[in-house]
Design a protein. Structure first.
Length: 401
């Protein structure tokens, strides 16, 4: 049985040293927990395992979202249409791919559809301040003076904001509470790599978050009788803009049902068709429509008051500038020492157990970790419940080629 505080060599013999560049993700796992790193970091240095149940949801959706964003920014930025085109081939295969998680994964796909519809509208505003110079750039073998290891990084985008160059990284998240600080490892590694590979004057990293809890659209806000929902917790469900749009569509629907005719408006029109016409009527400030719309807004005063400052709570940017001194200090006192430890393995094991698992939180590798620490058969647990990530398998194939 392995004891806490003792140097374990039982796993060292299984670990294959590699001159493959070290990524931000691998280094972060190494710094958090040696056993977490060994189970999950990129092979051939570590095992590259991921829980099988995650492949059906978080990981697949994360890769899907990145693919949509990359294609969108390289094309006409019609993100919702691109998303749907990528989802269509996934739907028939959910039965064979995801076993008992079909309903959960399909729900995630539907959330993504609304999410990218909202993102498309939001990005047209915020991206006016950014000029996209490159997307999905892979950097491998970024040198570090005095260290045998090199770094790798996948940069989602290189952008120009005013006269400043920034690196942009997309994050899909389930919570608005994210532990990003000024000392974030990824911000430093990416800034360092960018200055080495592109331009020494790169300002830092912009983290762009997309919340996987898409805002309700006007379609979801409209009730069967044509009115708009007055739910008390509306600020947690939608945005100010989308709620007003729902009121506007409801207004037009009511006018048409009462015989109001203008141009090509018909009572048989779908909600989507009415919404398009509503946008045009609002844009042109059509007097009859606007009078009715303003009157209707009074009925939803409480909801609009709640939503007054919720312009976009579902997509946001976090700017992390990094000075030369900050990068240099973080490299010298955090990154380089950890890379040197990684190159000279003496122990692989959990680092949070001494505090009664309090540092482990909801670690996805807790079961095999506990089995390993108790001298039990952790390998069977790994074989049954975990598999090498498709992401790493693809990378290994590229390396072999």
């Amino acid at each position: 049985m392995t004891q806490i505080g003792k140097i374990s060599m039982s796993l060292i013999s299984e670990s294959i040293q590699s001159d493959r560049p070290v990524s931000n993700s691998e280094l972060k796992k190494w710094m958090k927990c040696r056993l977490l790193w060994y189970f999950s970091a990129a092979p051939p240095r570590a095992m590259g395992l991921t829980p099988r149940f995650l492949e059906a949801d978080a990981l697949v959706f994360g890769r899907l979202a990145h693919a949509v964003l990359e294609d969108g920014y390289n094309g006409d930025r019609n993100f919702s249409e691109i998303y749907e085109s990528k989802v269509v081939p996934l739907r028939p295969s959910t039965t064979s791919l995801f076993n008992n998680q079909i309903s959960t994964f399909n729900k995630t796909l539907e959330t993504g559809k609304v999410m990218f519809k909202g993102y498309e509208e939001w990005s047209t505003v915020v991206d006016k301040n950014l000029k996209f110079l490159a997307t999905e750039t892979h950097w491998k073998g970024v040198p570090i003076a005095g260290v045998d290891s090199t770094l790798s990084a996948i940069i989602d985008a290189v952008v120009l904001k005013g006269k400043d160059l920034w690196l942009l990284d997309f994050k899909t998240t389930s919570s608005v509470e994210n532990p990003w600080t000024d000392n974030d490892l990824q911000a430093t590694i990416y800034t360092y790599a960018g200055r080495e590979m592109i331009d020494k004057d790169i300002k830092g990293v912009i983290f762009r978050f997309l919340l996987k809890k898409a805002p309700w659209t006007y379609e979801q806000l409209l009730l069967k009788d044509g009115t708009v929902t007055k739910r008390n917790n509306i600020a947690n469900l939608t945005t100010n803009r989308e709620y007003k749009r729902a009121i506007a569509v409801s207004t037009l629907k009511s006018l048409v049902s009462r015989g109001w005719k203008r141009g090509k408006i018909k009572s048989s029109m779908t909600l989507d068709e009415l919404a398009v016409l509503t946008d045009k009527l609002l844009e042109k400030q059509h007097p009859e429509f606007m009078e009715e719309f303003k009157n209707n807004r009074r009925f939803y005063y409480d909801q609009l008051k709640q939503l007054e400052f919720v312009s976009q709570g579902y997509y946001w940017d976090v700017y992390v500038p990094r000075s030369d001194t900050e990068v240099k200090n973080y490299m010298n006192y955090v990154i380089i020492p950890n890379l040197e430890e990684l190159n000279n393995l003496t122990y692989i094991g959990p680092t949070g157990v001494a505090n009664g698992w309090s540092n482990c939180g909801h670690c996805m590798y807790k079961s095999p970790c506990m089995a390993y620490m108790q001298g039990l058969d952790y390998q069977t647990i790994l074989n049954e419940d975990y598999a090498v990530s498709d992401h790493y398998l693809d990378d290994l194939e590229e390396v072999e080629e």
